[in-house]
Design a protein around this ligand. Sequence first.
Ligand code: SF4
Ligand code: FE2
Length: 624
Amino acid sequence: KKDLTAYSICSDARAMIKKAREDGVETVWDRLEEQEPQCGFCELGLSCRNCIMGPCRIDPFGNGPKRGVCGADADVIVARNFGRMVAAGAAAHSDHGRDLVETLHAVAQGQTTDYGVRDEAKLRRIAAEVGLEVEGKDVKAVAAALADQFYEDYGFKRGSMSFLGRVPAKRQEVWKKFGITPRGIDRDVVEMMHRTHMGVDNDAVSLCLHAARLSLADGWGGSMIATELSDILFGTPAPATAKVNLGVLKADHVNILVHGHSPIVSEMILAAVRDPGLIAKAKAAGAAGINLAGLCCTGNELLMRQGIPMAGNHLMTELAIVTGAVEVVVVDYQCIMPSLVTVAGCYHSRIVTTSPKAHFTGATHVEFDMHNARQKAIEVVELAIERFTARDQGRVDIPGEPVDIMTGFSNEAILTALGGSAGPLLDAIKAGQIRGAVAVVGCNNPKVKHDYQNSNLIRECIKRDLLVLVTGCVTVSAGKQGLLMPSAADLAGPGLSAVCKALGIPPVLHMGSCVDNSRIIQLCGMLANALGVDISDLPVAAAAPEWYSEKAATIGLYAVASGVFTVLGLAPPILGSKAVTDLAVSGLEGVVGATFAVEGDPVKAAELIDARVRAKRKALGLTP
Ligand code: SF4
Ligand code: FE2
């Protein structure tokens, strides 16, 4: 076994990896070691099992087969595999968005009393923005019309998708020129499945361009709908402080964790843990109270809107249970390792699944829908109280003290902090106090040291006077290092530091969950429009230093297709095709005005980003 410091930079993670070993619990790192060496063909994208004449694989060294049984070469196989990866990622985030459309629809039709519209002003603003009549209409009528409008974005849309009006005109021209304007979320995802069936699209460039189009249907479609409707239904985030790391668990409380992505379930759990009757029951069972904390993106949703503490990110999910202090982990969908059921089985903990789309063998399934959610949440909390009575306090070890974080930077909140418009931000960018902005987003991956690349890339960026925007699991990486507090301004370059101190904000702004990357591209669109340029002209960049998921591939591609240079910390499985790799790292510049780069070293990644920012500033006539 490797030394613990090889696995994570976080002391809470290392303490729990050690405890997992002592308790005989297998973790993600153990299973990665068992898998190694991983398949080189698959790593390069050179294996195909799209049909039953196969499976096939291409020899990257040129001695063995150069074509699959059907005749597909390395370029076609890699492009097809990548296309399906992007389609799966878009499907996940956009299907999450669909659940919010259905919730809004149910609210509008009076089919649920469990949910409602919490931000009516935003509902009216968004409805007007997408061209709906709102004057003189009541909330339910506006909600009904907006839900119907968004339903169409998923299907056989005629005319433009709802949010494409947010895309700067020059960007829309680029998309039109290369035929990558998204047409409909489900349509573009399904079309990728069609194109990658044997014998349909057999040109790597054509496949990659469609992958770009479908990623845009997610970024400016499904994910954006998820974000905006979550704000309408649960409140638009505003700055607040909260806490992060495993220390947010409380040894004397019933501990409930929410994990997954959608706020639809986690918001109901939040309501239930605040129920005085249930708190009394918990006390009667010997607990001091009920403690709720988040993991991954649904944790980000509750953190952004409600200030609920975050226990950890992707690689902390197993380790949270290893504390022995978690009664129940309530999950919805996405990024929930099936191993959690096994880990929970080593303690008194239960995994509660809630979505008809996501069953886990061995878990307790309590199905939530629009009509029963409040009641089901109460049942889950009651289960947690019952589990508390089975907890073995002798096996409890909660490592460390929680760290303070600042959260809640929706675009609305950012504009408010700036005094009502993006003007002051643009002025600071023009003056070179803030040289540019970098979205550092994405996941963790056991192939790299947990949180090392995420947090160090952020440090390197703020040092260079680059404002950093974070979402998803990177939020926790940054937060645990103290980077989400205004005091982190001391780690920033002189310009950024001065701006942050004047505004009382951190140099790293938490903008939400992974679907909330749509907030960041919307912000890019607003800045480009204010300057009368394309997004690709802005001194901005994106990075996913520790990404693991198909969704991250989709986000990276919609960032690039929107004109944002994007650095990945790990290579996607495309290196088996020179054509696809060249397109990704250079050819796309001539198409969408941005490319990918792959760089795992945070200092080198920051230098690549800095070079892009310098070039873009120079082209805008600004000091580099
Ligand atoms: Fe092999 Fe072609 Fe079938 Fe893929 S589609 S498994 S390369 S025959
Ligand atoms: Fe996520």
